[in-house]
Design a protein around this ligand. Structure first.
Ligand SMILES: Cc1cc2nc3c(=O)[nH]c(=O)nc-3n(C[C@H](O)[C@H](O)[C@H](O)COP(=O)(O)OP(=O)(O)OC[C@H]3O[C@@H](n4cnc5c(N)ncnc54)[C@H](O)[C@@H]3O)c2cc1C
Ligand code: FES
Length: 231
C-alpha cells in the first residue's frame, strides 16, 4: 500500500503489486508500475527522486508456485495487471517450468512491462493482443489464450492471471471449459489493506445455505483459485 509521504490528499494508501524487487546488505529495492487512474496515482506520479513514500507491506498472499509442477504455466496479464506477474515469471523460469505470457490492453501503450518480459521469455512464448489492433492480435487477450489451450489438447497447464474483473471472469470461464486450474490475483479497490475496513470483500463459494461467504481480498488474497470464486 503506497501514497506520498506527508500528503493528506489522498488520505488512504493505494494497493500496488511489487513489479520487481531485490536486496543486498545495504538496501532493499522495490519497483512498482502503475496506471494513473485518479487522485492517488496522480499524486504518486508527481513524486520526484528523493521524495519519501508512505509504504505498508508486504501484505496478502502470493501465487502457488508448487501447483505449476509438471505443467506449462500460462500467465495472463490485462493492462497493469502484468505488474503482478513479472517476478512470478522469473520464479517459474528458475524452476525450469515452461512459461508463456498472454498480455492484453486497450492499445500498445497499455501493454505494461512487455519489453521487460521480452528479455526473459523467447518471442514465440509471448502472445499480445490489443483492443484497437495497434499491436499483436486484434481483440481481447483471452482469444489467444483459448487458442493456445485448444492447441495443448489436454497437456497439463496452469493459468496465473491478473487484470480487470471482466478479463478475470472470462479467464475463469475458459479455465472451467478446458479444466485447467487457474489462480487469479484480484485488483479490488482497497482502503486499509490489512483486514479492518472490509471494503475489499469478495464472494467465495461455500457449503452454507447461501452458497457463498465473503472473504477479504487484502488478507485472504489477493490471489484466489478461480474455482473458489462466486462470480
Ligand atoms: C492487490 C492489488 C494490486 C494492485 N497493483 C497495482 C499495480 O501494480 N499497478 C496499478 O496501477 N494498479 C494496481 N492496483 C490497482 C490500484 O490499487 C488502483 O487502480 C488504485 O487504487 C487507483 O487509485 P487512484 O487514487 O489513482 O484512483 P481512484 O481515485 O481510487 O479511482 C479512479 C477511478 O478508477 C476506478 N478504480 C479504482 N480502482 C480500480 C480498480 N482496481 N479497478 C478498476 N477501476 C478502479 C474508480 O472507480 C474510479 O472511477 C492493484 C490493486 C490491488 C488490489
Ligand atoms: S482493504 Fe480493508 S479489509 Fe481489505
Amino acid at each position: 500500500m503506497l501514497k506520498p509521504h506527508v500528503h493528506f490528499e489522498p488520505l488512504l494508501r493505494r494497493a500496488m503489486a511489487y513489479y520487481q524487487s531485490s536486496s543486498d546488505e545495504e538496501a532493499v529495492r522495490a519497483d512498482f508500475i502503475y496506471q494513473v487512474m485518479g487522485r492517488g496515482t496522480q499524486m504518486l506520479a508527481k513524486l520526484e527522486p528523493g521524495d519519501k513514500v508512505d509504504f505498508l507491506g508486504s501484505l496478502g498472499n502470493s501465487y502457488d508456485l508448487e501447483a505449476a509442477s509438471g505443467r506449462e504455466a500460462l500467465l495472463v496479464a490485462g493492462g497493469v495487471g502484468s505488474a503482478a506477474l513479472f517476478m512470478l515469471a522469473l520464479e517459474l523460469l528458475n524452476k525450469g517450468i515452461e512459461t508463456k505470457l498472454f498480455i492484453g490492453g486497450a492499445s500498445r501503450g497499455d501493454l505494461c512491462g512487455l519489453d521487460d518480459f521480452a528479455t526473459i521469455l523467447p518471442h514465440h512464448n509471448v502472445f499480445a493482443a490489443t483492443v484497437d489492433g495497434s499491436f499483436g492480435e486484434h481483440g481481447f487477450v483471452t482469444a489467444p489464450l483459448e487458442s493456445h489451450l485448444k492447441s495443448l489438447a489436454g497437456k497439463p497447464s496452469i493459468i496465473y492471471a491478473c487484470g480487470p474483473d471482466p478479463m478475470l471472469h472470462r479467464v475463469s470461464q475458459i479455465a472451467d471449459d478446458y479444466a485447467v486450474p487457474a489462480q487469479l490475483s484480484l485488483e479490488s479497490p482497497m482502503a486499509c489493506g490489512f483486514g479492518i475496513c472490509v471494503g475489499c470483500a469478495v464472494a467465495v463459494k461455500d457449503d452454507c445455505p447461501e452458497g457463498f461467504v465473503y472473504k477479504k481480498v487484502c488478507t485472504d488474497g489477493p490471489v484466489f483459485w478461480s474455482r473458489d470464486l462466486h462470480w
